[in-house]
Design a binder for this molecule. Structure first.
Ligand code: ARG
Length: 465
């Protein structure tokens, strides 16, 4: 090969033969990292502005660079940009186009910078923006759940342990359990944002640069909260992406649990809730089917998000300092995680306010499962019976109810008195489902008044964010 064959690469100077065609395709990232174009240009404009302030570029050069980059952004957004695999990645594609447009000045943009600190900056800028979008979606979902909790604050359903009827709870209380999980997810996302929001630029390839750069200027221009302290660390670690994936995995785990409940509750066997038709799909063979595909799919998508977390952890594992090409593999898992989380949150955010509840069915299910048995035991304890004896008495009453196919509240006073003489007519106040939920009247309890108070607290939490 002649020297001429290598000049199509910005780094071709020391090479004597062209890149193998397969290797070129194999090592290129432009197919997926073009997604970073906006933030790559944003970072480049800040870099050029800083270089001008410290006297490395003239104002005229900076203006040419900025105009050229803004044009390129428009070309990309109009779908008129010709991405080239030969130019490997988003960074070199944009730089080559800039030089094509503005000539020799375009080649000065990369002064005092390397693709290593450039790409680390791009991902952080990109992820920061996506974190803000995801945070807003998460808040919208929480808002929808709180609305549902307020609307259904006194709707009674069976609460479960081991998926067996345990004690009656209110539907609103159940919704607020999901809200608490999502609030913690939101907190984790914001914690992660803090560590994402740090500027790598200036680290150059690994050791910093000999130009008189002022990293604080770049930092301020890009809205980062701090300059990365160590150049080797700045270009190499992707722990912030792993941390984001950790957040995403926990969020998806929560959504998968929620999805599982929606799938169960929409089944004919439970029939607790209805999802509007627009969130469901039918079967091509069974005309009666209305399937809860959206929650099922979100439950399933949890797997790929966990997979990406494992990919990123393994990608980073054992990498020596500083930058290694391995890190190019951070993008696809991160991008897919972001897309999956955004899609799942959008579907949930749209679905929640539209969900309706079948109150009579849920109440009947709570009644059928002897869910007020604990209330009867507590009643006996209040009348002086030791808890263990009370447990035994109620167990016998339940056995009688099972044989007779009747709930505790459907027995006569005489029937109940067979098991304990301390039982009085006032027992029926605690055996009703309403009595049972109203009695759990403390912070974190299921009583409707508590659900309303908790919902109000979540609303003020939302307003503070
Ligand atoms: N495409 C590369 C990546 O995603 C950009 C940095 C390449 N740096 C290098 N020295 N080859 O990580």
């Amino acid at each position: 090969m002649t020297k001429q064959d290598t000049t199509d690469k910005p780094w071709g100077g020391r090479f004597t033969e062209a890149t193998d065609a397969f290797v070129e395709r194999f090592t290129a990232s432009v197919g997926f990292d073009q997604r970073l174009y906006f933030h790559d240009i944003q970072g480049s404009i800040a870099h050029a502005t800083m270089l001008t302030k410290v006297g490395v570029l003239t104002e005229e050069e900076r203006d040419q660079i900025m105009a050229g980059l803004n044009d390129i952004r428009s070309e990309i957004e109009a779908g008129k940009f010709d991405w080239s695999v030969t130019l490997e990645d988003v960074h070199m594609n944009i730089e080559a186009r800039l030089t094509q447009k503005i000539g020799i000045t375009g080649k000065k943009l990369h002064t005092g910078r390397s693709r290593n600190d450039q790409v680390a900056t791009d991902i952080r800028l990109y992820l920061r923006d996506e974190i803000d979008v995801i945070g807003a979606e998460l808040k919208r979902l929480i808002e929808g759940l709180v609305g549902l909790a307020e609307r259904e604050a006194d709707a009674i359903m069976p609460g479960f342990t081991h998926l067996q009827t345990a004690q009656p709870v209110t539907f609103g209380h159940h919704m607020l359990a999901w809200v608490e999980m999502l609030k913690r997810d939101y907190g984790r996302l914001q914690d992660c944002r803090e560590r994402v929001n740090v500027l790598p630029l200036g680290a150059a390839a690994l050791a910093g640069t000999t130009y008189p750069i002022d990293r604080q200027i770049t930092c301020d221009l890009l809205g980062f909260s701090a300059v990365a302290e160590n150049s080797l660390d700045a270009v190499s670690d992707r722990d912030f992406a792993i941390e984001f994936s950790g957040f995403a995995s926990l969020l998806m785990m929560h959504l998968s649990r929620f999805s599982e409940e929606l799938v169960l509750w929409t089944s004919a066997q439970f029939n607790f809730i209805n999802l509007p038709d627009r969130f469901c799909t039918g079967s091509s063979i069974m005309p009666q089917k209305k399937n809860p595909d959206v929650p099922e799919l979100i439950r399933g998508k949890t797997g790929r998000v966990y997979g990406h977390l494992t990919s990123l952890l393994t990608l980073m594992k054992s990498q020596p300092l500083a930058y290694n090409k391995d890190n190019q593999e951070d993008k696809e898992p991160l991008f897919d995680t972001i897309d999956t989380v955004k899609g799942s949150l959008k579907a949930y955010g749209d679905m929640m306010p539209a969900l309706t509840v079948n109150r009579p069915v849920m109440e009947e299910a709570a009644r059928r499962g002897f869910s007020t048995a604990t209330d009867l035991a507590d009643y006996l304890v209040r009348k002086g019976v030791p808890f263990r004896d009370a447990h035994e008495i109620v167990g016998k009453s339940v056995a009688f109810g099972v044989a007779e196919n009747r709930d505790l509240s459907e027995m006569t006073l005489e029937e109940l008195q067979q098991f304990s003489q301390v039982i009085d007519a006032d027992v029926f106040d605690v055996l009703t489902l309403e009595g049972s939920v109203n009695a759990r009247n403390h912070t974190g309890g299921t009583a409707p008044v508590q659900v309303k108070a908790a919902a109000a607290r979540v609303k003020s939490w939302l307003a503070d964010r």
